[in-house]
Design a protein around this ligand. Structure first.
Ligand code: CTP
Length: 131
């Protein structure tokens, strides 16, 4: 059986950095499961609500050809539960999270990918504000 890969993120104002990481994650296995942060979790994490609500963000991620399953991530602390529930054997994240999830190595492989340079949701919002 192929690897089941899981990753997490807000994926607000979808951009090519998001495509790149999801594509890289999908190349690690045969199934890619994506936890999309809830609006409430995003507020806790980044102190602002996303531009697109959780249902829109989930719908966008679900529509991608290299994504097999999606769900709303309600809490950062429940990663262990989600990994077990979705029977994932690889957790892959962008390297802005480097080292943060190493404690999960007892239940799965943990990999961090380099971020795509020079693009982020925050930066896109800043640029749009100035227009
Ligand atoms: N990501 C990436 N390269 C980028 C931006 C994001 O690889 N240039 C990855 C992150 O490392 C994460 C996933 O995409 O694994 C979702 O990141 P998210 O926080 O939703 O996107 P950002 O653009 O970083 O959003 P923000 O600016 O609000 O932090």
């Amino acid at each position: 059986m192929g690897n089941r890969v899981i990753t997490f993120g807000t994926f607000d104002v979808f951009h090519v950095g998001h495509v790149n990481i999801l594509e890289k994650c999908s190349q690690l296995g045969s199934e890619l499961i994506v936890g999309v942060s809830s609006d409430a979790l995003n507020f806790k994490k980044k102190n602002r609500y996303p531009v697109y609500d959780e249902y829109s963000r989930l719908k966008i991620i679900k529509s991608l050809k290299f994504v097999n399953e999606v769900f709303i991530e309600e809490s950062l602390e429940q990663k262990r539960h989600y990994i077990n529930y979705y029977r994932a054997n690889i957790l892959a994240m962008g390297d802005d999270w480097e080292g943060r999830f190493d404690d999960l190595r007892d239940i799965c492989e943990v990999t961090y990918f380099p971020r795509t340079p020079s693009i982020s949701t925050t930066e896109i919002i800043e640029i749009a504000r100035k227009l």
